[in-house]
Design a protein around this ligand. Structure first.
Ligand code: SAM
Length: 259
C-alpha cells in the first residue's frame, strides 16, 4: 500500500513511521511512504505557503495553490505508475478536527486502497476552496485540536498499515483484536506464571482449547461491558454470548452483595 502525505513537515512523517513494524514493512516493500513537502510548491519568491484569512481573525491559513500543486504532482506520479489516468477519484483524506472520528472500521476499509493521500493542515487550517476540490474524506482523530495534521496522519498510517496483509508477521494477531466486531480483547498474560502474588488464570495453563476459547470470549464480554458498553449495543450476540453475559451479571451481583 502506498501512503502519500502532503505536509509542511515531511521529516516528521519520515522519522515517525520508519521504525519498528512500519519501518520493517517499508523495507520489505509492503508499504511506501511518500512525504511531499507542500512548501516545494510555493508559488511566490518568499517560499511562503500561508497568508491572513479574508475577513480578519486570528492566525494564518494555508493557501490553496501550493496544496493543489502538491496534490497534482502526486496524482501525476500515480497515473504514471499505473500508466493511465485513474477513473475513480483518488482517495484524499484531510486530517481535521471537523472530520468523522477515526475508528477501526474506517481503517479496515481504507486498508483496501492501493494509494491513500493524507493531507495535513497547519496554522488555522487550509483554504476551503482546495479542500472542496480534492478532498474525499474528512477524518479527525478525536475531539481536541492539535497544531497540525502530522500526528493524526501517523496515527492513521500506523493503524491502517497493520491491516495490510504481511505487515504483521502473524496475520492472526490483527484478527482477534479489540474493536473486532464490537468487542474488546480479553486480558493476556505471559511469563512468569506468578507476578507479585498474582497467578495467571488456571484455565490458560490447562491446554484445554475449548475452555480457553470460552474463557477468552467471556472475559472479552466482561471487559467490553465494563469499559465500552456502547460497543456491546452494536454487537449481534450469539446464544452463547447471551449466556456468558448472564453469568457475568450474576457474578457481579454476588460480588456487590458480598461488599
Ligand atoms: N482552525 C481549525 C478548526 O478550528 O477546525 C483547526 C486547525 S488546527 C490548529 C491545524 C491543523 O491540525 C488542522 O488543519 C488539521 O490538519 C490538524 N488537526 C488538528 N486537530 C486535529 C484532529 N483532532 N484530528 C485531525 N487533524 C487535526
Amino acid at each position: 500500500m502506498n501512503f502519500h502525505v502532503l505536509t509542511l513537515f515531511p521529516e516528521m512523517i519520515e522519522q515517525g513511521v520508519n521504525t519498528s513494524i512500519t519501518g520493517r514493512a517499508i523495507n520489505n516493500g509492503l508499504l511506501s511512504i511518500n512525504a511531499v513537502n507542500i512548501r516545494d510548491y510555493a508559488f511566490n519568491k518568499h517560499n511562503s505557503v500561508d497568508d491572513y484569512p479574508y475577513g480578519g481573525g486570528a492566525g494564518m491559513l494555508m493557501q490553496a495553490e501550493p496544496v493543489y500543486l502538491a496534490y497534482e504532482a502526486v496524482k501525476e506520479q500515480i497515473d504514471k505508475r499505473k500508466q493511465e489516468p485513474q477513473k475513480h477519484p483518488l482517495r484524499v483524506v484531510y486530517l481535521s478536527p471537523q472530520g468523522d472520528v477515526f475508528n477501526q472500521k474506517m481503517a479496515e476499509e481504507m486498508a483496501q486502497e492501493e494509494d491513500l493521500v493524507l493531507l495535513c493542515g497547519h496554522y488555522e487550517g487550509i483554504d476551503e476552496r482546495v479542500l472542496e476540490e480534492i478532498v474525499t474524506d474528512y477524518v479527525s482523530i478525536g475531539d481536541y485540536v492539535l497544531t497540525g495534521g502530522e500526528l493524526p496522519a501517523m496515527v492513521m498510517i500506523d493503524t491502517i498499515s497493520r491491516l495490510v496483509p504481511g505487515v504483521l508477521h502473524n496475520d492472526v494477531s490483527a484478527e482477534f483484536e479489540s474493536f473486532q466486531d464490537n468487542l474488546l480483547e480479553y486480558p493476556q498474560y505471559t511469563k512468569p506464571a506468578v507476578f507479585e502474588g498474582k497467578a495467571v488464570p488456571e484455565v490458560l495453563l490447562s491446554g484445554h482449547h475449548a475452555n480457553i476459547r470460552r474463557w477468552r470470549l467471556k472475559e472479552s464480554l466482561r471487559k467490553t461491558k465494563q469499559r465500552r458498553p456502547d460497543l456491546l449495543q452494536h454487537r449481534v450476540l450469539s446464544k452463547e454470548e447471551e449466556a456468558l453475559l448472564e453469568e457475568i451479571a450474576q457474578e457481579e451481583s454476588t460480588q456487590s452483595e458480598e461488599l
